[in-house]
Write a protein that binds this ligand. Structure first.
Ligand code: BES
Ligand code: ZN
Ligand code: ZN
Length: 472
């Protein structure tokens, strides 16, 4: 738990020190030989009935928000390891230098540093959490609430992505999402398999029909500004398990196939936080949830299907399933839900991870004003995306000989052709595309606030985009 406090809790508190800080020696003679104040080193020092957590900040300099988040994550890890039950942190010096976003960085660092997915470890329960008391944040209570909603969202996204496929079928995921948004002013509607068939959403049910665990399209609606006709459509890929279908993945590339729903998880967390914070913006989330498997009903390479929007699609690779399910969700959002802007987010291509690794997501957009809002949001979320250019030559790459479009291009620029496939269903609406295949998951954490497995990529950037999109 993380809360604002006016007075230091005396049993345990954090003291930030630089490298070779004379302060270290001030606590105990000789301590400077044991603790040098290296960045992210934390040392508990007992002082009578108190404990001081000396927290190394490295060489003296101006710290960044990212560094504050990492430092707090290190503090949280130490509290967890030492079973410390409560701890105070004075944020005043950081708030003075870095402004209100400090609160968010601190809350996310403290709340994520000790994150572990332990549900399937016998005998382990999520530990009773340390209560962190934040000092020096008077007047920033709104910021604290926002940070807590985001923290909850990132944890939810991580939990969902980390959940093994056999514990999260599409309809399980649907139930988990509905449960998650229950206490927010969000309307939820699930279109189940029979309805998807009746409505001719062949791209979605064509993929999802490959499994005995049926697909669904989950719609979440939040109206924060009913007078406004603008409706932001957030479309998130929710493949709970991606075997590749008949274009079966190799056994080595099956690691992580349970995490192919990071896009849908991020959208859920973002719309929830937006609704809880009462942002003055209208959002409709369309989440295609499905498994991609092999069965009699599964699509075969060469099959031609008709998407909900009426375009025919030649399916040349059943492992390029994300763009298929997303295309129906986009068409449905535009035609039935009246969305006026489209943002899709997906763990879509291995190519983006090859290009940008685990810390930078791929982005595409055909609208500078819309993308401008997204970029302004990034200055708060701290996530990194590279906007990838594209042209007619790339659009050509997905033209089909036998249908209106095909679901794969050539063996190169696979991230671009995947994005452009989805754009074909946007009917000219301003569009942003986020490919988080490299960032939704990490083997070895890059930052102290990550743990191996799901990262919660996209949650904060989507939320801050919605915040920028509010009209006053
Ligand atoms: N979900 C995968 C993309 C992916 C790969 C995510 C690795 C995370 C890690 C997607 O459905 C997929 O299989 N994409 C194919 C596309 C190809 C067949 C054109 C890929 O990237 O190999
Ligand atoms: Zn795939
Ligand atoms: Zn996939």
């Amino acid at each position: 738990m993380i809360q604002a406090v006016n007075k230091r809790n005396d049993s345990c508190y954090v003291d930030f020190v630089w490298e070779k800080d004379p302060h270290i020696r001030g606590y105990k003679m000789g301590l400077e030989n044991l603790f040098s104040g290296n960045y992210l080193d934390v040392m508990p020092v007992p002082l009578g009935t108190q404990t001081v957590l000396l927290t190394g900040c490295g060489q003296e300099r101006d710290l960044t928000l990212l560094e504050v988040k990492e430092l707090m994550a290190s503090v949280a890890k130490t509290c967890k390891a030492r079973k410390i039950k409560s701890c105070s942190v004075d944020l005043k010096p950081f708030v003075e230098k870095l402004g209100a976003d400090t609160v968010t960085s601190a809350v996310l660092g403290l709340g994520l540093g000790g994150y572990e997915y332990v549900y399937h470890k016998t005998g382990r329960v999520p530990e009773e959490e340390c209560v962190f008391g934040l000092e020096g944040i008077q007047g920033l209570e709104g910021q604290l609430k926002e940070a807590q909603e985001l923290l909850k969202g990132i944890r939810f996204a991580r939990d969902m992505v980390n959940t093994p496929g056999n514990h999260l079928r599409p309809m399980d995921f649907e139930r988990m999402i509905q449960k998650y948004v229950e206490d927010a002013p969000i309307e939820a509607e699930a279109l189940v398999y029979g309805q998807l068939r009746a409505m001719h959403m062949e791209a979605l049910y064509g993929i999802g029909g490959s499994s005995e665990y049926p697909p669904c399209l989950l719609i979440l609606r939040y109206r924060g500004n009913p007078e406004d006709s603008e409706v932001y459509g957030l479309i998130g890929k929710g493949i709970t398990c991606d075997t590749g279908g008949y274009c079966l993945k190799s056994r080595d590339s099956m690691a992580g196939i349970k995490g192919d729903m990071g896009g849908a998880a991020a959208v859920t967390a973002a719309i929830y936080a937006a609704a809880k914070m009462g942002l003055k913006v209208n959002i409709t989330a369309c989440l295609p949830l499905a498994e991609n498997r092999i069965s009699q009903a599964a699509l075969l390479p060469g099959d031609v299907i008709t998407g909900y929007g009426g375009q025919t699609i030649e399916v040349l690779n059943t492992d390029a399933e994300g763009r298929l399910v997303l295309s129906d969700a986009v068409s449905y959002g535009i035609r039935k839900e009246g969305i006026t802007k489209v943002l899709d987010i997906a763990t879509l291509t291995g190519a983006v991870a090859q290009m940008l690794g685990n810390t930078i997501g791929g982005a595409m957009s055909d609208d500078d004003a819309f993308y401008g809002l997204f970029e302004r949001g990034l200055s708060h979320s701290g996530e990194k995306y590279l906007r990838i250019p594209f042209g007619k030559e790339h659009e050509k790459m997905i033209e089909s000989d036998v249908a209106d479009v095909k679901n794969v291009g050539a063996s190169f620029c696979g991230t671009i052709t995947a994005g452009l496939f989805i754009r074909r269903f946007c009917e000219g609406k301003p569009w942003i595309h986020l490919d988080i295949a490299g960032t939704a998951w990490c083997g070895t954490p890059t930052y102290a606030f990550e743990s191996s497995g799901a990262t919660g990529a996209g949650v904060t950037s989507l939320y801050y985009l919605m915040k920028e999109a509010q009209k006053n």
